[in-house]
Write a protein that binds this ligand. Structure first.
Ligand code: CP
Ligand code: NVA
Length: 306
C-alpha cells in the first residue's frame, strides 16, 4: 500500500528514527561524493501555491541527487481544485508521476489529494503543519545532542504550522515541549489536547517567555505572521513582542542550548541578529538538513509503498 507523509504522525516512532538516521547517512555519503538512486526513473511533481526558497530548492536538488526528475507546478498550470476537482487531478497526476509534493494553504486539500492519488504525497507546508521542516529540525537536534529523545524544547512565538508540527513530533518522540505564546496566538488546541492525552511527552503552553525558555536545550521560533497573514503583521507583532528570542532572554536557557528557526526570518522581530548569527545558532545547519531529510523521506516512502 502506498504511504504518504502529510504530518509527522504518519510515521511511527521507529520509522521516524530510522528516517532521521538514514538522512544522517545520506549526508555523510553526499559529503564523500557517493550518491543513491532511490528515485531512478521517477518524476516527482512539486506543486507550489505559496512562495518558497528552502522547500523548492531542497526538494528539486534532492530529487535530482536521487536520480529522479522534478517538475515545478504552480497554480497557473493546473489550478488545483478549480479547473477540475482535486480528486480528478489526483487520479490523472498518478498516471504520470512517481510522487507528489505539495505546498498550499488548506490541509484538507492535501488530504483529499493524497486520498485519491495512487502515488505517495508529501506535505511541503500547509496552514496547519510543516512536517518536513520539523523532521529536518529533529535531525539537527540529533546531530547536536546525539539523540532526539528527552530533549527540553521551547517554541516561542506564533502558534502556527510549526508549533503544530512540534506538537505532532512530541506524540512520537518523548520530549519536554513548552510553547510560549500569547492567549490570542495559540496552536491547534485539539492537537495540544491529543498530545497531552497520549501522554508520551510533557507538553504545555505558557504566556511568560522567561518561564518558557527556562532550562531549554532547544529554543525555536518562526515568523509572527505566516504566508497568507502578512496583512496582520503589525497586530501580531504587538501580541508577540515579548516572545522575541534575544540574548537577554536566552540567559534563562540551558547554557549549551541550540537556537533554531525554520527561516525565512524577520531579523529584529522574532529573533535578533546577535542570536541568529551567534554561537548557539543552528539555523543554517537546519536549512541544509532539509535536503538530507527530504531525500530520506522520499526514499523511504518509495520503499515502504512497494
Ligand atoms: N523553511 C521553509 O520551508 O522555507 P521556504 O518557505 O523558503 O521553503
Ligand atoms: N509559518 C511560516 C513558515 C514558513 C516556512 C509560514 O507558514 O509562512
Amino acid at each position: 500500500m502506498k504511504r504518504d507523509f502529510l504530518t509527522i504522525v504518519d510515521f511511527n516512532a521507529e520509522e521516524l528514527k530510522q528516517t532521521i538516521n538514514y538522512a544522517i547517512e545520506l549526508k555523510r555519503a553526499r559529503n564523500a561524493g557517493q550518491l543513491d538512486d532511490a528515485l531512478k526513473g521517477l518524476t516527482v511533481g512539486c506543486i507550489f501555491h505559496k512562495a518558497s526558497l528552502r522547500t523548492r530548492i531542497s526538494f528539486e536538488t534532492g530529487i535530482h541527487e536521487l536520480g529522479g526528475y522534478s517538475l515545478y507546478i504552480t497554480k497557473d498550470e493546473i489550478d488545483l481544485g478549480k479547473r477540475e476537482t482535486i480528486e480528478d487531478a489526483a487520479r490523472v497526476l498518478s498516471r504520470y508521476l512517481g510522487m507528489i509534493m505539495i505546498r498550499t494553504f488548506s490541509h484538507a486539500d492535501v488530504e483529499k489529494l493524497a486520498e485519491h492519488a495512487s502515488v505517495p504525497v508529501i506535505n511541503g507546508l500547509t496552514d496547519y503543519t510543516h512536517p518536513c521542516q520539523v523532521m529536518g529540525d529533529l535531525m539537527t537536534v540529533q546531530e547536536k545532542f546525539g539523540t532526539v529523545e528527552g530533549i527540553k524544547v521551547a517554541y516561542l512565538g506564533d502558534g502556527n504550522n510549526l508549533a503544530n508540527s512540534w506538537l505532532n513530533a512530541s506524540r512520537r518522540i518523548k520530549m519536554d515541549l513548552t510553547i510560549g505564546t500569547s492567549p490570542e496566538t495559540l496552536p491547534d488546541m485539539n492537537l495540544l489536547k491529543t498530545a497531552q492525552d497520549e501522554g508520551l511527552s510533557q507538553v504545555r503552553i505558557v504566556h511568560d517567555p522567561v518561564e518558557a525558555v527556562k532550562g531549554a536545550q532547544v529554543v525555536y521560533t518562526d515568523v509572527w505572521a505566516s504566508m497568507g497573514q502578512k496583512d496582520q503583521a503589525e497586530a501580531r507583532a504587538n501580541l508577540l513582542r515579548n516572545f522575541q528570542i534575544n540574548e537577554k532572554l536566552l540567559e534563562n536557557a540551558d547554557p549549551d542550548h541550540l537556537v533554531l528557526h525554520c527561516l525565512p526570518a524577520e531579523r529584529g522581530r522574532e529573533i535578533t541578529d546577535a542570536v541568529m548569527d551567534g554561537p548557539h545558532s543552528g539555523v543554517f545547519d537546519q536549512a541544509e538538513n532539509r535536503l538530507h531529510i527530504q531525500k530520506a523521506i522520499m526514499a523511504r516512502l518509495i520503499k515502504w509503498s512497494r
